[in-house]
Design a protein around this ligand. Structure first.
Ligand SMILES: Nc1ncnc2c1ncn2[C@@H]1O[C@H](COP(=O)(O)OP(=O)(O)OP(=O)(O)O)[C@@H](O)[C@H]1O
Length: 717
C-alpha cells in the first residue's frame, strides 16, 4: 500500500481502516471461491490480505494513519484551540451515548416485540410487512420512529382491515408512542387499560371501529386529541378527562355513553362532539359555547344549546334535588273516620284496582299484537324510547304542510300519501347499515317497505336528482322496484315494493334446523343469474361510474317465482359513508377497504363472495344464531389449492345428483370475481354470460335437481 501523500484527516483514517478491512474480506472471499490466483501470484496491494496477518496489517496501517492524524491534531491545537474544544465536546457527547447504546437497542427491541404481538393477535385483511428481515423504523408499514431511529413514536394503520380486540401488553407497551391511529377498522372489544395511559401519548384516533365497554379512566396526561367516535362505548364519560390540560379535541359522537357530562371547565377544547349518545342531565355551563351539533341526539340531555331543561324536565339529578327546598310535611289531622266512610273508601279503592287490572290486561294484549298493528310512527317512538334509534320522533320531522309530499316514481300505481304511510301498521324488518326497514301494510293489496335513512349526506336537490336517475336506471325485472321517496330536513324515506319471499341470506342461513326447506341447486342458479343480471343492468344503464356499493345476500331479494332481485340500489352515493361495519366487511373488495371508494369491479368482487356463499352456505359476515364467519375467498382458494374442491360445497347440495360439474363451474366464476387485482375480475356482463353457459338445455346433460331429488328420495326412503 502506498503512503497517502495528501494531508490526512481523522475521517480519512477511519475510512481507510474500513476500506482495508473490506478489501481484505472481499479478497478472502474470492480466494475461498478460487477466483484469485494462488499465493505469490497475487497483485502487490493484496498480498497482506492473503496471510494470517490480514487484520494486523490493516489495523497497523489504520493506526499509522491515526498517529499521523493525532500529530496533525496536536499542531492544530496550537493553531486553533476553539476547534479542539468543539471536538472534545463532541467526544464528550458521544461517550454517554455509547454507554446507553445497549438500552437504546433494548427499547427498540421491546417496541418491535410489542408490535409483533399486536400483528400476531389481531387478524388483518391487508398484509402488514412487519417482519424481522426489515428494519422496524425504515420499512414497517404504518410505523414511525423518532429521528435517531431508537423508538417507535407513531402508529398509523387506518382502514387496513384489522379485526378483533387489541390485546393488552401489545401497543400499550410502546412507551414512547405519541400518535396512535387505528381508525376505520373492525376492531372490537374493550380497550386494554394500558393503551390510553401510555404516558407519552398525544393523539388518539380510534374512530369508526366497534369498540365497546367503558372508556378507560387512566388517560395519558399529554393527550391533545382523543377521537373515539363511531364506536359502541358504554358507561360514563370518565371524569379523569377533566385533568387533561392539553386536550383540544374530544370526539365521542355516535357511541352509547350514559350519565351526565362532566363539567370539563378546566379544558381549553377547540372541538367537542358528544352527539348521538345516551347522555342525560344538563349541558354544563362551561360547554354551552359549543354548537347544537355537539350535543344533538341525546334525548335526555337539556340546556343551552339544546332546549331548556325546564321544558324537557329530565329526571332530576341528585344535585338538583338537594338545591330545591324540601317539601314541607303535611299536617295530619287525627280525625277518626266513620265506618260508612271506610266502606265507601274500600268500595272506591277496589273498583279502582279492578279498573287498573283491566287497563293493564288491555295494554298487555295490545302490546302482544303490536308487532302487527302498531304504526311506523309508534315503532320509531318505541325504538327511540329503547334507544335503538338515534333520531328523534319520526312524525316530528315531517311538517304538516309537507305531509303529502311523497314523490312517486313514474309508472307507480299507488295512491297513498305520507300520512297514510305513517299511520299504516308496521313491522320492523331489520336494521341495516343505512337505516331501519319497516314493512308497512296500507291495505290488503298495498304492502310496501319503508326504509328510514340515517346519515344522508346529500342535500335536497342532489337527493332529488339522484332519485331521478335511480328511478330510471332501476327499472328492470331483477331490481327491487322503488316506488316513492320523501325528503325533509329531518326525515329521508324510501318506499320500495315488499318482496314476500324474503332474501337469499334468509333462504341460505335461516332456519337450518328441522322443518327447513333447503334451497335446491336450480333455485340457487336462478337466483344467482337474476342477481347478476340486475347488477349488470345497473352497471350498463347507469354509466361506467354507477355502482351498487353494497352487494350482499340480504340485498338479494326473491320474487314469488324464486328469481333474484337486487335491493338497496342507489343508496351508497347518498350516504355520508360506505358501510364499513363488521357486518359488511366480508363482502368488501380489498381495495375498497383501503380507498373507501366503490367501483364496478368492487361490486363484481362482492358478487363473487355472494356466489361462494351460495355454494358453501357459509356466511362471510356475522349472523345472529351463527357462530361461523368465514373469509370466503381465502378459505375457498385454500381448499381448492389442496385439491379438496368437493369439500367446499354446502352439504344440502350434495344430495342432488349430476350437479358437480355445474357447481365447480360456478365456483370458478366466483373465484374469478374475487381476484385480488380489480382488472383481473370479469365485468358483470361477462359474469351473466358465464352463468348462462353453465346451464345446458334441460334434459340434454343432466336431470333437473327436482328429478334428482325424487331419485334421491327413492333411494333413501
Ligand atoms: N323490499 C323488501 N322486501 C322484503 N324484505 C326486505 C325488503 N327490503 C329489505 N328487506 C329485508 O329487511 C331486512 C333489513 O334490510 P336492510 O336493507 O335495511 O338491511 P340489510 O340488508 O341487513 O343491511 P344493509 O343496510 O347493509 O343493506 C333484511 O333482512 C332485508 O332482506
Amino acid at each position: 500500500m502506498h503512503i497517502i501523500s495528501r494531508q490526512v484527516t481523522f475521517e480519512d483514517s477511519i475510512n481507510f481502516h474500513i476500506a482495508s478491512s473490506l478489501e481484505c474480506l472481499i479478497f478472502r472471499t474470492k480466494m475461498a471461491k478460487g477466483l484469485l490466483p494462488p499465493r505469490g501470484l497475487e497483485p502487490a496491494n493484496s498480498v497482506s490480505c492473503s496471510s494470517k496477518s490480514l487484520h494486523r496489517e490493516a489495523r497497523s496501517e489504520g493506526l499509522r494513519q491515526l498517529e499521523s492524524c493525532f500529530s496533525m491534531f496536536a499542531s492544530q491545537i496550537s493553531k486553533n484551540i476553539m476547534k479542539l474544544q468543539s471536538l472534545l465536546a463532541a467526544v464528550a457527547f458521544l461517550i454517554p451515548l455509547l454507554s446507553i447504546f445497549p438500552h437504546v437497542v433494548a427499547d427498540l427491541d421491546s417496541d418491535r416485540q410489542a408490535l409483533l404481538e399486536f400483528a400476531n393477535s389481531v387478524p388483518h385483511i391487508r398484509k402488514l410487512n412487519w417482519n424481522l428481515a426489515l428494519h422496524i423504523c425504515y420499512s414497517w408499514a404504518g410505523v414511525t420512529c423518532n429521528k435517531d431511529g431508537t423508538r417507535v413514536i407513531a402508529i398509523h394503520l387506518p382502514a387496513v382491515g384489522l379485526f378483533g380486540p387489541i390485546p393488552a401488553n401489545s401497543i400499550g407497551k410502546l412507551d414512547a408512542l405519541k400518535v396512535l391511529s387505528l381508525r376505520a377498522n373492525y376492531l372490537n372489544g374493550s380497550l386494554p387499560s394500558d393503551l390510553l395511559s401510555i404516558p407519552s401519548l398525544q393523539s388518539v384516533y380510534l374512530q369508526h371501529n366497534n369498540f365497546s365497554g367503558d372508556i378507560p379512566v387512566s388517560l395519558s396526561p399529554r393527550l391533545g386529541v382523543l377521537d373515539l367516535s363511531f364506536n359502541s362505548f358504554t358507561g360514563k364519560i370518565p371524569t379523569t378527562i377533566k385533568s387533561l390540560s392539553r386536550l383540544s379535541v374530544l370526539n365521542l359522537q355516535f357511541n352509547s355513553l350514559t350519565g351526565e357530562i362532566p363539567s370539563l371547565d378546566t379544558l381549553k377544547l377547540n372541538l367537542l362532539n358528544l352527539s348521538y349518545n345516551m347522555l342525560n342531565g344538563s349541558v354544563p355551563n362551561s360547554l354551552q359555547k359549543f354548537p347544537l351539533s355537539s350535543f344533538v341526539g341525546n334525548s335526555r340531555l337539556c340546556g343551552t344549546p339544546l332546549i331548556s331543561c325546564s321544558l324537557n324536565s329530565p329526571s332530576p339529578s341528585p344535585a338538583a334535588d338537594s338545591l330545591s327546598p324540601p317539601e314541607r310535611p303535611k299536617t295530619v289531622t287525627s280525625k277518626k273516620l266513620s265506618t260508612g266512610t271506610i266502606i265507601a273508601i274500600a268500595v272506591v279503592a277496589s273498583s279502582l284496582i279492578f279498573l287498573l287490572v283491566l287497563v293493564i290486561s288491555f295494554c298487555c294484549l295490545k302490546k302482544k299484537v303490536s308487532d302487527n298493528t302498531s304504526t311506523i310512527k309508534e315503532k320509531v317512538a318505541l325504538a327511540n324510547g329503547g334507544r335503538s334509534e338515534k333520531t328523534e320522533d319520526f312524525g316530528s320531522g315531517v311538517p304538516d304542510a309537507e305531509k303529502n309530499k311523497l314523490v312517486f316514481f313514474e309508472g307507480c300505481a299507488y295512491s297513498f300519501n305520507l300520512e297514510d304511510l305513517l299511520r299504516a301498521s308496521a313491522e320492523v324488518l331489520g336494521k341495516g347499515s343505512y337505516g331501519t326497514a319497516y314493512k308497512a301494510v296500507l291495505d290488503e293489496a298495498t304492502i310496501v317497505v319503508v326504509k328510514r335513512l340515517r346519515e344522508v349526506g346529500a342535500a335536497k336537490k342532489e337527493f332529488e336528482q339522484h332519485m331521478e336517475i335511480v328511478g330510471r336506471v332501476g327499472r328492470h325485472p331483477n331490481i327491487v322496484p322503488l316506488r316513492a321517496y320523501y325528503y325533509s330536513k329531518d326525515e329521508k324515506l324510501l318506499v320500495t315494493e315488499y318482496m314476500p319471499a324474503g332474501s337469499l341470506s334468509a333462504a341460505l342461513h335461516g332456519n337450518r334446523g328441522i322443518g327447513r326447506t333447503p334451497l335446491d341447486w336450480d333455485t340457487r342458479l336462478k337466483i344467482s343469474l337474476g342477481a347478476a343480471k340486475g347488477i349488470a343492468h345497473i352497471h350498463t344503464e347507469g354509466g361506467v361510474k354507477f355502482t351498487h356499493g353494497n352487494i350482499k345476500s340480504s340485498n338479494v331479494l326473491l320474487t314469488r317465482d324464486q328469481d333474484g332481485c337486487i335491493s338497496d340500489f342507489g343508496l351508497t352515493p347518498l350516504m355520508n359513508y360506505i358501510p364499513f361495519k363488521y357486518r359488511c366487511a366480508g363482502y368488501r373488495a380489498p381495495e375498497v377497504i383501503e380507498t373507501r371508494k366503490g367501483t364496478q369491479k368492487s361490486d363484481v368482487y362482492s358478487f363473487g363472495v355472494l356466489l361462494l356463499e351460495m355454494l358453501t352456505a357459509k356466511s362471510p359476515i356475522p349472523l345472529s344464531g351463527h357462530d361461523e364467519v368465514v373469509d370466503l375467498p381465502r378459505w375457498v382458494r385454500s381448499v381448492v389449492r389442496e385439491e379438496w374442491t368437493a369439500e367446499v360445497f354446502d352439504v344440502e347440495l350434495l344430495k342432488y345428483q349430476n350437479i358437480e360439474e355445474e357447481m365447480v363451474q360456478m365456483l370458478q366464476i366466483g373465484l374469478a370475481c374475487v381476484a385480488k387485482v380489480p382488472d383481473m375480475r370479469p365485468s358483470m356482463g361477462q359474469v351473466v354470460r358465464m352463468i348462462e353457459e353453465i346451464r345446458q338445455p334441460q334434459g340434454e346433460t343432466r336431470p333437473s335437481s327436482e328429478d334428482s331429488r325424487s331419485k334421491d328420495s327413492n333411494a333413501h326412503p
